[in-house]
Design a protein around this ligand. Structure first.
Ligand code: GLN
Length: 304
């Protein structure tokens, strides 16, 4: 199995050539364009780590489903989905367009920037530090990695350059989709995007969801219902405006980030973490998507 997986990684590594690493957030441009890592952790305890699995990178949008889980734990499903929708947009992950043009002005889903900022605003705490600390503790718990930390350089770069995200936050505040402080919401959002992980961490988070919200010691952290919501939104919206094609070609609930991460969940079977920093024109890891397509067809992993 290990040799077979190594072959898939090497076959797909060259596909990074036609992609580009993100450079709109200062620091991300330093990533190695040709890096490719695959980590698989299965419910029976088997772990495979192939290629660049120990390189740290910022989690970026892969943080979005995790924050959504804590927001639902903090407020319940009904309240959360009164602030953010459940529908794919067909637009870019950072698009502001539908916020203005749709009738309700409600962010479409929690997997794009607008919706994720609304979700970050829901994390409970007496100030921004406490809100983020609670969120970081939750990331550490479900990744079973107490050492997760924020990359402060990337955080600073994001908060200095994230003007479009700030514009969306102000717009949503004006429309009543953010109740508390805009500054707190943006602090939590920019910091959650700047948490450093490896492909192994993403595989462990995927495994947590593959077990339906249960840790490796058997502790249930979120309900089956919450795990179902997260997996459903991952398959419908997790790859932004590439989600439909990805569902057909790969068929595994997944969430990408512009740092090169993909976290995938094969329900009942395994969590998969990918690191692939060269992106396609939709901001999805280009070699990583091709690798997951091969993996899915070779091992019959599509949920459809
Ligand atoms: N922090 C990034 C942003 O807000 C996250 C985007 C992503 O990973 N797609 O633009």
């Amino acid at each position: 199995m290990k040799e077979f997986l190594k072959g898939l990684v090497e076959k797909n590594r060259i596909k990074s050539e036609v992609g580009n690493v993100a450079d709109y957030i200062p620091g991300l441009e330093k990533s190695d364009k040709n890096a490719l890592g695959l980590c698989i952790t299965s419910t029976n305890g088997t772990i495979y780590s192939i290629g660049d699995c120990n390189i740290k990178f910022t989690i970026q949008s892969v943080s979005k489903p995790i924050t959504l889980m804590l927001a639902i734990l903090d407020h319940g499903e009904e309240h959360v989905f009164s602030k953010v929708g459940m529908e794919p947009t067909g637009d870019a992950f950072n698009s502001i367009q539908k916020l203005e043009t749709c009738k309700t002005h409600k962010p479409f889903n929690p997997m794009i920037n607008a919706g994720a900022i609304a979700t970050s605003a829901l994390i409970k705490g007496k100030n921004s530090q406490e809100k983020f600390q609670r969120l970081l503790d939750f990331f550490r718990k479900i990744s079973e990695n107490e050492t997760l930390e924020v990359n402060d350089d990337i955080y600073l770069g994001e908060s200095l350059t994230g003007n479009k995200n700030k514009a969306m936050a102000y717009f949503m505040k004006g429309e009543g989709y953010i109740d508390g402080s805009i500054e707190d919401a943006l602090y939590v959002y920019f910091r959650q995007c700047s948490i450093e992980v490896t492909a192994k961490d993403l595989a462990r988070i995927g495994l947590f969801l593959a077990r339906g919200g249960v840790m490796s010691n058997g502790e249930r952290v979120v309900s089956e219902r919450i795990a179902k919501i997260i997996k459903t939104l991952m398959i419908t919206c997790g790859m932004y405006d590439g989600s439909g094609e990805f569902a057909l070609r790969v068929g595994i609930p997944s969430k990408s980030g512009v740092g090169g991460g993909i976290m995938s969940v094969v329900p009942g079977k395994m969590g998969i973490g990918v690191f692939s920093p060269a992106l396609d024109n939709k901001g999805n890891p280009i070699a990583g998507e091709a690798l997951l397509e091969d993996l899915s067809s070779e091992l019959s992993l599509s949920i459809f």
